[in-house]
Design a protein around this ligand. Structure first.
Ligand SMILES: Nc1nc2c(ncn2[C@@H]2O[C@H](COP(=O)(O)OP(=O)(O)OP(=O)(O)O)[C@@H](O)[C@H]2O)c(=O)[nH]1
Ligand SMILES: [Zn+2]
Length: 319
């Protein structure tokens, strides 16, 4: 499949006989190339944006104008219910749009990073997305108590933790996760090796075929796991969609303001307002209710340290 000289060559004008604007859902993104699915008939369209804009995310609902049978230009992004993104000092990167639920996949082994889990939770809070943890590989018995204890820190502050084993108990895993996914627009994120692909393959029976099709349409060559894509869940299990994002090592949140950060640590909530200074940053101020809660063991030190790190990062943005 050749890629659109499309937009540029034809000035983005609709091709005669291909119809006018269409509503479509972005189901994959690879650099500035997107794959959209027509809401009318499910047709797949390779899309580009006008000019150098790259502010489109998987999960976006867009209005496109066809430039050929299978190519289109994105004209407009519909209002988003939610937008998840990460950022570094220099720029931000859209992760997914219109997601209602985020699942962070962790496992008994390899060991997971609290830093990445907490950053994902902060991103979810800031975006207004409901967040859950999936603790996979419960069959690895020796590591289970420790992993449970570590996941328990998140359960204690209100994030549901679902224990599954994609390999040893696939049917139970599907049964446990299906009601959580039905009718939702979900995203799965996780470090490499946690079993995210194994879970997606259980939940989306034709995920491999769909990925190959998307990869071919986007012309990504061998890099099949380096792009974010959206799958439809089987109707007989209640439908919904799930976005699989490639694993990443870093989850920068430089774009969040101090106020957003304070609110994104939900266990700080009951203590906010109890500080001596109304503009307390909860770092080293005297009579800070948050610091007192850390000392009293009511707030996990690890979480407070990350809060401090994120405040530091939010002061570093160059954009
Ligand atoms: N013991 C055990 N192993 C599992 C389970 N689920 C997945 N694995 C194994 O864990 C390894 C990683 O699984 P993947 O599904 O490839 O993990 P991933 O998180 O998608 O990792 P990347 O593909 O690197 O992003 C594979 O060898 C799986 O067979 C489980 O429930 N129990
Ligand atoms: Zn304070």
């Amino acid at each position: 499949m050749s890629r659109a000289p499309g937009a540029k060559g034809q000035g983005g004008q609709p091709v005669a006989g291909t119809g006018g604007a269409l509503h479509a859902l972005i189901i994959a993104a690879h650099g500035r190339h997107y794959l959209a699915e027509s809401e009318a008939d499910g047709a797949r369209l390779q899309c580009v944006t006008r000019g150098k804009k790259s502010n489109v995310a998987v999960g976006d609902r867009v209005r496109v104008v066809r430039t050929s049978a299978d190519q289109a230009v994105i004209e407009q992004i519909e209002d988003r219910a939610t937008l998840l993104y990460r950022s570094d000092q220099y720029k931000s990167k859209l992760l997914a749009a219109n997601v209602t639920r985020l699942f962070i996949v962790v496992a008994t082994e390899p060991s997971f990073a609290d830093d990445l889990v907490s950053r994902s939770l902060v991103a979810a809070e800031a975006a207004g997305v409901d967040a859950h943890l999936i603790l996979n590989k419960t069959d690895v018995a020796e590591q289970l108590p420790r992993a449970r204890e570590r996941a328990g820190v998140y359960a204690a502050i209100g994030y549901p933790v679902h224990e599954v084993s994609a390999r040893a108990h696939p049917e139970e895993t599907v049964a446990a996760l299906t009601p959580l996914l039905a009718g939702q627009s979900s995203i799965f994120i996780g470090q490499s090796g946690m079993g995210k692909s194994s879970l997606i393959n259980l939940l989306v029976p034709d995920a491999d075929i769909a990925t190959r099709e998307i990869s071919a349409a986007l012309d990504t060559g061998k890099h099949t796991t380096t792009f974010t894509r959206l799958y439809h869940l089987p109707e007989e299990r209640g439908g919904g969609t799930v976005i699989d994002s490639p694993g990443f090592q870093e989850f920068g949140l430089y774009h969040l303001s101090e106020g957003q950060l304070e609110r994104a640590f939900r266990e700080f909530g009951p203590h906010l307002g109890g500080c001596k200074f109304y503009n307390c940053r909860h770092l080293a101020e005297p009579q800070c209710a948050v610091l007192q809660a850390v000392e009293a063991g009511q707030i996990a030190r690890m979480r407070h340290q990350l809060y401090g790190q994120l405040l530091h990062e939010s002061a570093q943005t160059l954009y």
